[in-house]
Structure formats: structure tokens, C-alpha cells
Design a protein around this ligand. Structure first.
Ligand code: ATP
Length: 356
């Protein structure tokens, strides 16, 4: 396993920038995810690491080795794509063995390695099955086995679960994570699915329009988003525009247009916030951090939407100058109806102040 260092990398396609000024250190053995909406630059970055694209500017290192302009087949990487790219008329074992045959390993060694990796992906009984006789989930595990059997320094996975249905996606996600931690191989995972990214990764890079918006652990990204894009893209959040009214020690108060005052803690602010009285802030509040009843930041509004999901009761509550999405974890109490007033509170600790 190797570390990956990306320094000041940009990739330009004519007038379009795929990726701009990217700096990134991925540690050896880390499960690292590129996350963002379609077109944000995830695949472009992955392709530069694989060697299918060369950067327009900047350098890429695997450990101390400069691989910026190295051919893909000389990087010792394993890759798995969304569409498997398996040979359908060949057996599972023939598919897994492919990379080893290209490397001209002795037959006995190939058999030993294929047997081991087939066991690791839980396909022990399937060695002589044809690919087109397997389910989508099994095919994806063959693709994973084929990438891993060459003992890559770095494993690259580009949306490997997107062709699977929801249940299989979850099962395969758990399998990939198990295999990755058993082998300890440095893994870079591309997805636009934030749940998948949160559940699998040691760290995540959130991208938008070719730029990095935040790099951090799933907890940091979820609990401490540094801008509105990340707050909104990862999970659900309420973003309320307000003006800073006062700052006393660690306590910030900010007022909305219609005069609702929110009070929270200064240490729950993004680095980009300048903390001047009169400045605009965006207050980020997760729906699940809002409680029914009185407490810190008590406010009463009118219910405009109710939904019972089993796990939770979800409300949208109207406060005239903003709407709040509220998620009350199922308390088995009486549901409120549309048009009724509801009193809510938000702990000071649960407000997060964003500057951009
Ligand atoms: P998706 O999730 O849809 O695959 P992505 O985040 O992987 O999206 P990229 O494929 O990296 O996004 O694309 C980033 C930007 O670069 C987009 O604007 C895209 O249109 C552009 N781009 C990517 N590859 C090329 C190419 N070969 N030629 C021209 N433009 C490209």
C-alpha cells in the first residue's frame, strides 16, 4: 500500500476546467472518497491518479515516486468501474486470472492467488461459472477480485455500486469495506452518493465544479461543514440567513429579516466567518437536532407539511421568513396536523454559523 500526494493539480479540457488547483494527501491504507454532484471533477481526478489523463499542471506522487506522466500499466493500480468491464463468455477464474496471465506468472502461482482472492470475495464455489450466469452483485465482486489479485498498491473504485439495486448496494458496500480493511490497501472511491461515502470512508473530499469544498472525516464533514454547499449536500439541513447582532464572549446572536433571534456558540462557526456585527451569516440547523417543546432558541410556527416514516415524524414548519424542516425521532406520541402551531427548540450547541 502506498500514499498518494497531489500537488497543485489542474486539468483543463479546452475552455472547460475539470479540476482546479487540487492539493491532497491520501495516507497509505486509507479509504478515501471523492464525493460531489455530476460534473464536479471526481472521475477526472481519479483518471489522473490512474494515468488515463495527465494533469495540465501539478504533480502526483505515490509515496516518493513521481508518477505524474507514468503509463497506467506501470503504476500498479487496481481499478473497478461501474459497468464491471468483465469478459462475459469467460469463467470467474479466467476473469480473475487475467491480470496475472498478462504478467506471465507461473500457472501454479496464478491458481493459488486466484483461489485465495475468490475466497476473500466470498465466491469460493463459483470459480467455473460463466460471468453471464452471475447476479450483478456477484459480477461486481469478480471485478473487485480481478483488481485485487494483482496486489495493487492503490485500488481505484469508480461508482462500483451504481448498477446494483438498493439492497444489493448496501450488502456489496459492506463487503467492499470488509475486504478493504482485511487487505489494508489504499483505496480511492468515487461516488455521488453521500450515504455511501459517509458509511465507508476514513476521509471524504467534497467537490463542486472542479474545486475542493472540504476534506475531512465523515463526522467532521457532517457536524462541521465549512460552507453552505457542504452543509446542504451532505445530509439535510436548514440554512437560515441572518445578520450578526451581538457577540459576547463565546455567544453569537443573529437576527432574521422578520426579527427572530438565534443564539449559538462562536466556536461553532466556519473558518470563513469574520465575526463582525452587521455581517450576514447562514445558520445551519440539522432537522434531527430540532426538538419539540421549549428550551434554547424556542420558536413557534405553523405546520405546513407532516410525514410519518416509521423512524421519524417529519414536519415542515412555516416561520414566514423561512421554513424549517424538522425531524422528530418517533416518540409514539400524537402527530400534529397541517395548520396547527408547534413549539420547537434548538440547543445552542446545535446551531452552526457559516460565512459563505
Ligand atoms: P460524474 O459523476 O457525472 O461522472 P464527475 O464528477 O466524475 O461527474 P468529471 O467527469 O470529472 O465529473 O468532469 C468534470 C468536468 O470536466 C465536467 O465539466 C466535464 O464535462 C469535463 N470533462 C471531463 N472529461 C472531459 C473530456 N474528456 N473532455 C472534455 N471535458 C471533459
Amino acid at each position: 500500500m502506498k500514499s498518494v500526494k497531489i500537488e497543485n493539480v489542474s486539468k483543463q479540457f479546452g475552455q472547460v476546467h475539470g479540476v482546479k488547483d487540487l492539493n491532497l494527501d491520501i495516507k497509505a491504507g486509507e479509504f478515501f472518497t471523492f464525493l460531489g454532484p455530476s460534473g464536479c471533477g471526481k472521475t477526472t481526478t481519479l483518471r489522473m491518479i490512474a494515468g488515463f489523463y495527465y494533469p495540465s499542471e501539478g504533480k502526483i506522487h505515490f509515496d516518493d515516486r513521481d508518477v505524474t506522466l507514468l503509463q497506467p500499466n506501470r503504476r500498479n493500480i487496481g481499478m473497478v468501474f461501474q459497468n464491471y468491464a468483465l469478459f462475459p463468455h469467460m469463467t470467474v477464474d479466467e476473469n480473475i486470472a487475467f491480470g496475472l496471465q498478462v504478467r506471465k506468472l507461473p500457472k501454479s502461482e496464478i491458481k493459488q492467488k486466484v483461489d485465495r482472492i475468490r475466497g476473500l470475495v466470498h465466491l469460493t464455489q463459483y470459480g467455473s461459472r460463466k460471468i453471464n450466469e452471475l447476479s450483478g452483485g456477484q459480477q461486481q465482486r469478480v471485478a473487485l477480485a480481478r483488481a485485487l489479485v494483482i496486489e495493487p498498491d492503490i485500488l481505484l473504485l469508480d461508482e462500483p455500486l451504481s448498477n446494483l439495486d438498493a439492497k444489493l448496494r448496501e450488502e456489496t458496500r459492506i463487503e467492499i469495506k470488509r475486504i478493504q480493511s482485511e487487505l489494508g490497501v489504499t483505496t480511492i472511491y468515487v461516488t455521488h452518493d453521500q450515504m455511501e461515502a459517509m458509511a465507508m470512508s476514513d476521509r471524504i473530499m467534497v467537490m463542486e465544479n472542479g474545486y475542493v469544498k472540504q476534506i475531512g472525516t465523515p463526522q467532521e464533514i457532517y457536524n462541521r461543514p465549512v460552507n453552505r454547499f457542504v452543509a446542504d449536500f451532505i445530509g439535510e439541513t436548514n440554512l437560515i440567513e441572518a445578520t450578526i447582532e451581538s457577540i459576547v464572549d463565546d455567544v453569537i446572536s443573529a437576527k432574521t429579516i422578520n426579527g427572530i433571534v438565534f443564539t449559538g456558540q462562536k466556536h461553532n462557526s466556519s473558518p470563513a466567518l469574520s465575526h463582525m456585527i452587521g455581517d450576514i451569516v447562514f445558520i445551519s440547523i440539522r432537522p434531527e437536532s430540532i426538538n419539540q417543546g421549549t428550551g434554547d432558541n424556542t420558536l413557534t410556527g405553523k405546520i405546513s407539511f407532516v410525514e410519518f416514516t416509521g423512524v421519524s415524524v417529519n414536519y415542515i414548519v412555516d416561520f414566514v421568513d423561512f421554513l424549517l424542516k424538522v425531524m422528530i425521532i418517533n416518540t409514539y406520541g400524537q402527530l400534529k396536523s397541517i395548520g396547527e402551531d408547534i413549539t420547537l427548540n434548538i440547543a445552542n450547541e446545535s446551531l452552526y454559523f457559516l460565512g459563505e
